[in-house]
Design a protein around this ligand. Structure first.
Ligand code: SF4
Length: 466
């Protein structure tokens, strides 16, 4: 039980707030990983090498580009606020060049890793440029990073998904075309709201006019996929305002929509100004209604609710994020990012100077982390962590968790009766139709939206069995 509670806390599920039941994990890689509390010292996963060599190796790479015009009031991502230096033009701040130099060095250090075959000899299938605001980075700098990734690991150019987060007001049509010419084929645009007042209240640096311009530019440039990323549960946000935002998002005809619940993070201005569950933030019932409204509206427009916070037209699911949710290994590069390689989750420092030093010191520290992997009790914890990760991440997905086979996967690693313990935990939820059993009885998934709204409770009940 103690181990289960520790696992819950590490994954940010024991938050004790009235809104802990509301689903929502923020966009991109750092958010997922930070929410799960991975650090260099304690963040550890496991790759398939210890489970009979089934793991195909990392075929995904996350690259953090941390620059923003200014810091939004709710943001706790690792960000470098550029202020007046952020021009969004080719006259780039010198820090872009030095940061990309660091990225090149960090990626290059994996050349021996790639040669050892951690990717199973396969090239990268997904690359995700997250931030920060990656669209502040000029195409020529992005090209340098892509080239280094290609030189080091190889990129499966025929068919790879190359995603990039872009914010309105930081790119124009020409720049978008330049990114696409480099191979970017999926844009994730951080709109957050179609309401100027809410954008201002959140400290966003863009206006609604810039959102409309960005949508026009996206239609003109026509990447293979593009997403509108939205937030709900904002201060002073009404259900009517959220409905309007959903209407406008649908009218823009993106192939993908993300709807993230605002999380009030420590040490942000929002944490100083607002109390969770109290006005002007929505109460628990209103938060749930925001979630249900998105599920209803986007579902009726033909978007598949393929993950708790994500909706897509058929074939436009984000493959990169699916790799995270399937608990697959992945590379990560840049300030504050977290990789999952060789059975270890390793988070890079969140402060720029510390990250610079980390890149310098990378070889030695990486080896140290690898060497911590052996040994009785620690190994058991690693296996348990992997199981709990798999439960938590799979239950976020529409397809849910395949329970059948978990005994075989984990039984030999010292965790007995995995399938029976999980089914025991969810029986009561199946009776309430919060958890649905597949026709063949081998998988479980959360019902939409009722089960998803209490996902933390259900996952907690499962964790408490271990
Ligand atoms: S644009 Fe995104 S990454 Fe940048 S400060 Fe705002 S929320 Fe944070």
């Amino acid at each position: 039980m103690i181990a289960a509670r520790r696992a819950l806390r590490r994954r940010g599920l024991l938050r004790g707030s009235p809104r802990a039941e509301t689903p929502g994990l923020r966009r991109g890689a750092p958010c997922l990983l930070h929410a799960r509390g991975a650090t260099e010292s304690e963040g550890r996963g496991e790759n398939g090498g210890r489970f009979g060599g089934k793991d195909p190796g990392a075929r995904s790479a996350y690259v953090h580009l941390p620059f923003c015009k200014r810091k939004c009031f709710y943001c706790d991502f690792p960000v470098v606020a550029l202020g007046s230096e952020a021009t969004g033009t080719e006259a780039e701040p010198p820090i872009f060049e030095s940061y990309v130099n660091l990225l090149e060095r960090e990626v290059g250090r994996y050349a021996s890793d790639a040669a050892r075959g951690s990717s199973g000899g396969k090239k990268l299938d997904t690359v995700f440029f997250g931030g920060g605001t990656p669209s502040l980075i000029p195409p020529r700098q992005l090209e340098r990073v892509l080239r280094r990734l290609d030189d080091t690991f190889g990129i499966e150019w025929e068919g790879a998904e190359i995603s990039m987060e872009c914010d309105p007001g930081t790119f124009d049509r020409r720049r978008l075309r330049d990114y696409i010419d480099l191979g970017v084929n999926r844009i994730s645009m951080g709109v957050q709201s179609f309401d100027d007042r809410l954008l201002e209240l959140c400290g966003r640096s863009h206006t609604l006019r810039e959102v409309y311009q960005a949508i026009d530019d996206l239609h003109a440039a026509s990447p293979a996929s593009w997403s509108i990323d939205l937030m709900f549960g904002l201060p002073h946000q009404s259900l009517r305002a959220w409905e309007k935002t959903l209407d406008e998002a649908v009218a823009a005809e993106p192939s993908h929509v993300s709807c993230y619940d605002l999380q009030v993070e420590e040490a942000t201005p929002f944490a100083r100004w607002y109390e969770v569950g109290m006005a002007p933030l929505p109460d628990e019932d209103t938060s749930a209604e925001f979630f249900k409204m998105a599920s209803r509206r986007l579902g009726s427009e033909g978007y598949s609710h393929y993950e708790i916070s994500n909706y897509a037209r058929e074939g436009h699911e984000c493959r990169h994020n699916m790799a995270y949710w399937r608990n697959s290994p992945f590379y990560a590069f840049g300030l504050g990012s977290t990789s999952n390689l060789h059975g270890r989750r390793v988070q890079r420092p969140r402060k720029y100077k510390d990250y610079e030093a980390w890149v310098e010191d990378h070889d030695r520290r990486y080896l140290e982390l690898e060497q911590r992997g052996s040994g009785g009790e620690a190994e058991e914890q690693v296996v348990l962590d992997r199981l709990l990760d798999e439960v938590m991440l799979s239950l976020r997905l529409k397809d849910g968790l395949r329970v059948a086979g978990l005994d075989e996967t984990f039984g030999g690693c010292g965790i007995a009766d995995v399938e029976a313990r999980i089914m025991d935990a969810v029986t009561v939820h199946i009776e309430k139709k919060l958890v649905l059993l597949s026709e063949d009885g081998k998988s479980i998934r959360l019902s939409d939206p009722e089960g998803q709204l209490v996902s933390n409770s259900i996952i907690s009940d499962i964790f408490c069995k271990f």
